[in-house]
Design a binder for this molecule. Structure first.
Ligand code: GLY
Length: 581
């Protein structure tokens, strides 16, 4: 009955609109970048160049991921980092998969109420600005964990290009400088950050200026020489702890010494015959992408069409239900039981579908008792090598330039990831997310993330590598790129460029990127009861980087005539590049 209702409405629309192809050509994007032996797609072209050189010289995808991770820490300081944290999803050529969690941990001195005043109210800025916002960083440990187990090249070799770029500097292009302009006021507050990321006259860098990071070059050189101990046990940790103590933070040397990378089983699900491998808790990303895909599998999205009111309604309702689960139940797996099996179960998705009215918007407040709330400045990169090893990395400082502080002498920007914890149940965080107890602050705990480095296979072969920044929207951005390829027939470039929508349970609004939906569609959605709001802040809509294998689109793959690797950097990224060879 339900499917008849859905279908009949569509048939009426098809008749009203004339002939509608289920896979409309989008054709508003340039062609994907092609390659036969390897592909590296990152948010900064110099980092992509470094990654592809590693592959050309015979390094594998993990080697390239390590080299790119260090390079982005130099050439993309708004999000690339060694002072933050992240995740790496790996699919090896033989089909094995793994997931590395090198996200921040809360300092041992952290407490559940550390961002509240005597009255129990949130103190604005404490979890986002300065040293109290800083979690114990993980990338140096994470990259070495990956390289020593799964890479094939010496650390020094992989770090050399990043060290050179930090020491000699690089010329900023138009696509690089926006982030410096937007962060100038914050960076000016910390003398060590201002000395590096602002010009002598306190003005932001402009296109054509050279950014030199001498302290960071020395820091990176000592890591290249001594390995992670230089960071976690040596002078680098000492400098960070000293600055933290002097400026009101709670980081201790013990926090650094006890930092450990976690190797976890990735979350897996199947969507219309495609096998999805993505991030498990402490990320909500993979679980919630799988939950939404499972719900949407019951709707004929290809038939309903990209951007139609029915497709958007189904997506919004699936997002609404999945984000309740995200925000109330998920957290660090060492501290809470995560109902991953339940949330990724197809029967559970069926139950949710039964509760979705095909003609009427749901009401978020009605979904669960009101016991219950992430930054857009994250970065994702996608890599595949000649042997078919695929790596997806998303890492972050949380906010742009993190907490806006650099420990003097290190050149390292520090994160403000503590804001991803629930500072106060029910109060929205940096991304407007309202969250619950499962993500409460505790010593050594990792805040819940949305980062979703994802690898998809079909018939046991690599199909897609995808991910994005975007805070709480990382999940829906990654999801929409997947739907655009699998359901709507877009090529990988079209799929990452296409305008987006987002719903996260609370606030109970459908956010849409300008031009994502036609006035006709908006009218239909309003009739259903959806409150749609155009979100013009382009920064919030993420910057996906993806690779499709065997062709630029599903139809090209099926026709068997496409390039082996097809890379696409989101057109929303100013300085990114896909490089293939
Ligand atoms: N700070 C963004 C995330 O981890 O999801």
């Amino acid at each position: 009955m339900r499917s008849f209702t859905w279908k009949s409405l569509s048939i009426a629309l098809v008749f009203a609109l004339g002939s509608v192809s289920p896979h409309p050509g989008w054709a508003a994007s340039p062609a994907p970048v092609s390659g036969e032996h390897g592909m590296v797609v990152t948010a900064q072209h110099l980092a992509s160049d470094i990654g592809i050189e590693v592959l050309k010289k015979g390094g594998n995808a993990v080697d390239a991921a390590v080299a790119v991770g260090y390079a982005l820490a130099v050439v993309y300081p708004t999000a690339g980092n060694i002072g933050g944290g992240g995740f790496m999803t790996i699919r090896f050529k033989d089909g094995r998969t793994t997931f590395l969690d090198f996200r921040e941990r809360a300092p041992l001195a952290a407490t559940k109420t550390m961002y509240l005043d005597d009255k129990g109210d949130l103190v604005k800025g404490l979890s986002t600005e300065g040293y109290l916002a800083v979690g114990v960083p993980g990338p140096v440990a994470g990259f070495e964990f990956a390289r020593s187990r799964y890479g094939s090249r010496p650390l020094k070799e992989l770090m050399e290009p990043a060290i050179g770029l930090a020491r000699e500097g690089f010329v900023l292009e138009q696509g690089d400088v926006g982030a410096f302009e937007r962060a100038a006021k914050r960076l000016a507050k910390d003398p060590a950050a201002a000395a590096i990321f602002l010009k002598a006259d306190s003005m932001p860098f402009a296109a054509g200026d050279r950014l030199v990071q001498a302290d960071l070059a020395t820091t990176l050189a000592s890591i290249a020489e001594e390995g992670p101990d230089a960071f976690y046990k040596g002078g680098i940790a000492d400098r960070i702890v000293k600055a933290s103590v002097e400026k009101g933070g709670i980081l201790s040397k013990q926090d650094f010494e006890r930092y450990r990378v976690r190797e976890l089983e990735p979350v897996k699900c199947n969507y219309r015959g495609y096998d999805i491998v993505s991030s498990p808790p402490p990320s909500s990303g993979g679980v919630i992408i799988c939950e939404i895909l499972n719900i949407l599998e019951g709707y004929p999205l290809a038939y309903l069409g990209y951007g139609s009111a029915e497709t958007v309604h189904a997506m919004v309702e699936a997002m609404r239900h999945a984000y309740v689960d995200r925000n109330t139940a998920l957290g660090d797996p060492d501290f809470v039981e995560n109902p991953v099996a339940q949330f990724t179960d197809k029967a559970y998705a069926r139950e949710i579908r039964e509760r979705i009215d095909p003609f009427k918007a749901g009401v978020s407040e009605a979904l669960t008792p009101a016991d219950f709330a992430e930054s857009k400045e994250t970065t994702h990169y996608s890599i595949i090598d000649d042997e078919g090893n695929a790596v997806a990395v998303t890492y972050t400082l949380n906010g742009s330039f993190g907490a806006g502080v650099v420990a003097p002498g290190t050149g390292i920007l520090l994160n403000n990831e503590m804001d991803d914890f629930t500072a106060k149940p029910g109060a929205p965080n940096l991304y407007g997310l309202v969250q619950g107890e499962a993500n409460a602050i505790a010593p050594g705990k990792t805040p819940l993330s949305s980062m979703s480095p994802t690898i998809i296979t079909r018939d046991g072969k690599p199909f897609m590598v995808i991910g994005s920044p975007g805070g709480a929207r990382i999940i829906t951005i990654t999801l929409e790129a997947i739907l655009n390829v699998i359901d709507h027939g877009m090529n990988i470039q079209e799929a990452v460029d296409a305008p987006r929508i987002h719903h996260q349970w609370l606030p109970d609004k459908v956010f849409m990127e300008p031009y994502a939906l036609s006035p006709d569609t908006l009218k239909l959605l309003a009739t259903m009861g959806h409150d749609v709001q155009i979100d013009e802040n382009w920064k919030i809509w993420g910057q996906a980087t993806g690779i499709l294998v065997g062709g630029g689109s599903v139809s090209e793959i099926e026709a068997g005539g496409g390039a082996r690797y097809n890379g696409a950097v989101d057109s929303r990224i100013g300085a990114g590049a896909a490089r293939g060879y």
